[in-house]
Write a protein that binds this ligand. Sequence first.
Ligand code: NAD
Length: 358
Amino acid sequence: MQSILSTNYYVHFQEKAYQSLHDYLKDFFYSKIFILVDGNTKKYCLPLFLEKTNLSLEPEIIEIEAGEAYKNIETCNDLWNQLSEKGADRKSLMINLGGGVITDMGGFVASTFKRGLRFINIPTTLLSMVDASVGGKTGVDLGVLKNQIGLFSNPEMVLVDMDFLNTVSQREMRSGLAEIIKYGFTFDQNLWTTIQEFTGIDMDKITKLVYKSVAIKNDVVLQDLHENNLRKSLNFGHTIGHAIESYFLESAHKKSLTHGEAIAIGMVIELYYSSEILGFPMELTEALKTFVNTFYGAVNIEKEDLAEITDLMKYDKKNVSGKVNFVLLEQMEKCKLDIHLDPELIQKGLLYYMHSGN
Ligand code: NAD
């Protein structure tokens, strides 16, 4: 698979990834190499990575607890302290080995420590491979509010090795698939055509889907890194999705949702708005709803949850002057940006999902 050139770094795949890392490390002097992992990637990914790389410098392993609940400034504080105690300096390299939580937070910690350490991202979940791997977004949550603190900062390179997916749970694989569905609706409907046939994760098709997704995202990012225009399209499903994800994260009586599970619901609801006001074909909205309910299982959102979910939308990063901005679709691959909706329609969309599979 050919490497993909992003803003000023490459995404390398499979064997080429390790060769590129080897060449890169040969050419630079590093005082120390830190590898950031969580409990799961330490167990499942680190041995494989160390075996395949054979680093000349003994790396320092820094481990954090797994999960979105730890993607916050307290964990960053702990990481900055550890870097400081372990003698990190501006010639140190940080390798972020994990899912989107590790690459987002590791990138942020590296970029802010002593005004910036170099870092390399090695995404190990489907979601982080297809979405968090390119685009330079780093950061953490503020309480339950998603990705409120952070900055754009690029890694030295991104390495994608599909072997890491062998230990990812089916639930996390489905989570990643939601972002590929997003690319299908917003940029390349062939992806959706392929996925619509899935009754489970079809590993034979995943490699191609990952490559195509990275290529699409990279193409968008190259045109609009700072999300002034085209890149906003990739927020399709995320205005509602992030609010639902945050709500489930903070509710003691709800089981938490994966990022992709929340985004899948968000896309169904935002397609409903698209059908209501932009004439997006309702049969396609229905097709996505049926797929999401079958593939992800219906999530129980109750009437009493609605006010708070709606309220959480006001923290969306696309909002301007307190107005919630939606990304909707006029047709497949044709997004309309910065759409404002009536509160009644927002509620109707939530009810459309609630009444679909429960
Ligand atoms: P995650 O990092 O929490 O990983 C999900 C789970 O899988 C965790 O429990 C993790 O320990 C485990 N895991 C990771 N790799 C594994 C492996 N190979 N085998 C077994 N278990 C493994 O979450 P995620 O779903 O990868 O990413 C979600 C995060 O990414 C969110 O915080 C989201 O905001 C962020 N994100 C960022 C961008 C971006 O552009 N920067 C884009 C999309 C999502």
